[in-house]
Design a protein around this ligand. Sequence first.
Ligand SMILES: [Zn+2]
Length: 107
Amino acid sequence: MVRRLFETKWEGMRVTPEEVAGAAQLPRGASLALLAALDQDEAVDLRLTVYHSCRSRPVGSVRFMQGFPTYPWTCPGCEETLCGPTHTVVENLRYGIIGWVKCRIYV
Ligand SMILES: [Zn+2]
């Protein structure tokens, strides 16, 4: 079922782990693991999208396997430099996960 979904529905499109989980009836963790494995095979470009409080849309993205951005981090949207969370400061960063399906996947 996963093969058919990627070949016909999502080739060349953006997907989220939640969409894969719903369509393939997988737990979210399993769908994320599947997308991560496909990223390793270069069939999917799995990205961690970064949201800052200055915008409702992502201000950037990094490869999922690269991990979270490190501090100090300068927002490309507003150029504010964040030094990292402390006990008294909560940084206004949020993250999302998307995968770009780059090619047909044969499993
Ligand atoms: Zn910003």
